[in-house]
Ligand binder design. Sequence first.
Ligand code: NAD
Ligand code: ZN
Length: 241
Amino acid sequence: MKQEIKKLREFILNAKSLMVLTGAGISKDSGVPTFRGEDGLWRNYDATKLATPYAFRENPKLVWEWYNWRRSIILKAAPNYAHFAIKKLEDMIEDFLLVTQNVDNLHRDAGSKKLVEMHGNIFETLCTGCGHVKFEKKVFREDELPPRCGRCNSLLRPNVVWFTEPIPSEVLKIIFESIDSKEAILVVGTSLFVYPAALLPFIFKERNKKVFEINPEETDISCFADISIRGKAKEVFEEII
Ligand code: NAD
Ligand code: ZN
């Protein structure tokens, strides 16, 4: 076993508290594409430009076609070993919180309960008129797009946080209040390009708490992380657990 993996394993075995932050990389081994690099292209559109309120205002049908395509991929995906391993950490460590940037519901499917979906959930719709939220694991029919509210007939949007939109304040409150009691953060599969999620490891560092990372690529926190493991989430967790 690599030295760094061994060190993380030892920490976990004795940990009283932990925050875990996950991003799109953890679901890549489940077959869910990330947003960046070649992965992020759909019909030659750039994912980071479709996940915006501007794109939705300009062309709701196009944005919904993209979300419908993403729903269809995610519906076929199942949680992988890394998702289940994080559920296991929740069971082992008394004071635990999982903060995910993912919208794919795979952490819930793996059984995680102490979690905050910071960027929402792709299977929820939010009515732009009456605010009604509905969770439904389905793909819309082509002729249903863009979908409308059954109550007030306004446009429905995916209940996710788009680029340039703020994180709901009640969600931020849960996350920031939880930092105080945590001795460490484990960051898995995120490029840390998206704020405010990217701030979390820096806050931990500044407060002299431990920072751990699992990512096949180096990121902005690799140079100061207490443990930085270069590897795929699934493979690294297979060694740890
Ligand atoms: P990102 O696409 O910016 O970065 C993905 C990161 O995962 C990269 O650092 C990459 O090196 C790493 N990675 C790739 N393969 C990996 C593996 N097998 N194991 C571990 N790490 C791996 O993703 P982000 O930082 O989460 O930011 C993108 C934004 O888009 C977020 O808001 C996220 O919610 C959203 N998004 C979500 C999903 C999803 O729900 N599955 C998918 C795409 C994008
Ligand atoms: Zn409505």
